[in-house]
Design a protein around this ligand. Structure first.
Ligand SMILES: [Zn+2]
Length: 83
């Protein structure tokens, strides 16, 4: 079983409130006894209550890609009009 170590970049995934669009939904330690269980979240701006399968905010790890090496341009490109 070959094991490979891969460099990753950590991200914090935040659930933005659907209701006010400004606040972040924060999980509280209450679960609905549904199947599968859902976690209660409360918006830290407007107080809206929502339930979701996962708990937010949550950490996700994205594989770090090798930087793309570009060849330097030999000729200057014509500049287009800036907006
Ligand atoms: Zn809100």
């Amino acid at each position: 079983m070959p094991i490979k170590k891969v460099e990753v970049v950590p991200f914090l995934e935040k659930w933005i409130c659907d209701s006010c669009g400004k606040g972040e939904m924060e999980s509280v330690n209450i679960q609905l006894l549904s199947n599968p269980p859902k976690t209660k979240h409360i918006c830290n701006n407007c107080g809206k209550v929502e339930y979701s399968l996962g708990a937010y905010p949550t950490y996700v790890f994205v594989e770090k890609k090798k930087p793309v090496v570009r060849k330097p341009r030999t000729r200057k490109q014509k500049q287009t009009g800036k907006p």
